[in-house]
Write a protein that binds this ligand. Structure first.
Ligand SMILES: Cc1cc2nc3c(=O)[nH]c(=O)nc-3n(C[C@H](O)[C@H](O)[C@H](O)COP(=O)(O)O)c2cc1C
Length: 375
């Protein structure tokens, strides 16, 4: 039986254990620059095998929320150095999640009030971004109708990802995770019900549908080396108005095959079942999801598979023992349990996180959760 608390080598990087912190936006970067408080937050959690940071914007255009950090300016690189230095000084490992939200944005967040960009000009229905309201106050605002990127502009976005990856390495990160999940730009290209393009990125055939994501992966690998690259995907995910489409399995299996050929470090699957409270078809979806996960694992070869979503120690152990995953990611449990690894290992009780302090605010609910003290 594989011990989750034993060390693991991820793309040549030694990890202390197989427990990973899932990326979590906490909206505590007032100037879009990572702060000392964020460095403390991550350092407190560095006993995890791997920390994946909250989504960090690869460009101003790629931003959909106020107070999230970016990684496209020198000030932002300096800000992130605080976090990478702090985490490394206590023996942790940390990847930056590279994020372009595409259409999940608002004109008030974009340069000169421009429209956000996407694979098409289809607006995300019933979706909010976090920008400036009409009265100029920060608040939830409906995602604006996007403008479809031109074919030439797509190459520029690919370069923005590559530059952000180079910046991440300059900032001291051990690697990057390309955010290809949760309804953001990469999924907007993958989904044929959102992408209505007729150019080389058209969703109507498989190779073209995969072209954008694989160009991003190739550009990032060329800049920082495939062993430092991971990607997050969310097959069957419906977050931010992503409709189900008939070719889901075919798309993600071909993607996993392509990623394996490139020899990237890992594929991180975000399981939205449960977390995002889907409708009555959840059970059917879950079966399809697990079947797809198994087939993806078969395609991936030496590329590791990480799974996140409602993880427990028991579930993680079962999935690793069954050979379905290599590493297990925990999100919310790490919010309130900075020492989650020790708590799971020793069977100590877990603290429940306070949802009201998930996004924005102060140190409260962010750096003031204590490690467990056995009596
Ligand atoms: C507060 C919060 C912020 C999140 N931010 C991100 C993010 O920036 N990028 C991302 O890929 N997923 C994000 N997620 C999803 C988590 O990474 C994870 O997949 C989800 O919380 C399910 O795992 P859990 O059940 O262990 O919490 C976020 C989740 C939460 C609760």
């Amino acid at each position: 039986m594989t011990d989750l608390f034993d060390s693991y080598t991820l793309g040549g990087l030694p990890l202390k254990n197989r427990l990973v912190i899932a990326p979590m936006t906490r909206s505590r970067a007032p100037q879009h620059i990572a702060t000392e408080q964020m460095a403390l937050h991550y350092a407190q959690r560095a006993t995890a095998g791997l920390i994946i940071t909250e989504g960090t914007s690869i460009s101003r255009e790629g931003q959909g929320y106020l107070f999230v950090p970016g990684i496209y300016s020198q000030e932002q690189v300096q800000g992130w150095k605080l976090a990478t230095d702090s985490v490394h000084s206590v023996g942790g490992k940390i990847f930056a999640q590279l994020w372009h939200v595409g259409r999940v944005s608002h004109t008030s967040l974009q340069l000169d009030g421009r429209a956000p960009v996407s694979a098409s000009n289809k607006a995300a229905q019933g979706v909010t971004a976090f920008g400036y309201t009409e009265s100029g106050e920060p608040g939830e605002v409906p995602a604006s109708t996007p403008r479809a990127l031109t074919t030439d502009e797509v190459a520029r976005v690919v370069e923005d990802f590559a530059q952000a990856a180079a910046n991440a390495v300059d900032a001291g990160f051990d690697g990057v995770e390309i955010h290809g999940a949760n309804g953001y730009l990469i999924e907007q290209f993958l989904n044929p019900l959102v992408n209505d393009r007729t150019d080389r990125y058209a969703a109507s055939n498989l190779a073209d549908r995969l072209r954008f994501v694989l160009e991003v992966v190739d550009a990032v690998c060329a800049r920082i080396g495939a062993q430092r690259v991971g990607i997050r995907i969310s097959p069957y995910g419906r977050l931010f108005d992503m409709p189900d489409f008939p070719e889901i399995d075919e798309t993600y299996l071909a993607l996993c095959e392509g990623l394996s050929e490139r020899g990237i470090a890992y594929v991180h699957v975000s399981d939205q079942n449960g977390f995002f409270l889907l409708d009555e078809s959840v059970a059917v979806q879950e079966q399809a999801f697990v079947r797809l996960l198994k087939h993806c694992k078969e395609k991936l070869g030496t590329t590791a598979l990480i799974l996140a979503g409602n993880m427990t120690l028991e579930r993680a152990q079962d999935l690793v023992d069954a050979g379905l995953i290599d590493l297990a990611a925990f999100g919310q449990p790490f919010i309130a349990n900075p020492d989650l690894v020790a708590r799971l290992k020793n069977g100590w009780p877990l603290t429940t996180p306070d949802r009201d302090t998930y996004y924005g605010g102060t140190a409260k609910g962010y750096v003031d959760y204590s490690p467990y003290v056995p009596v």
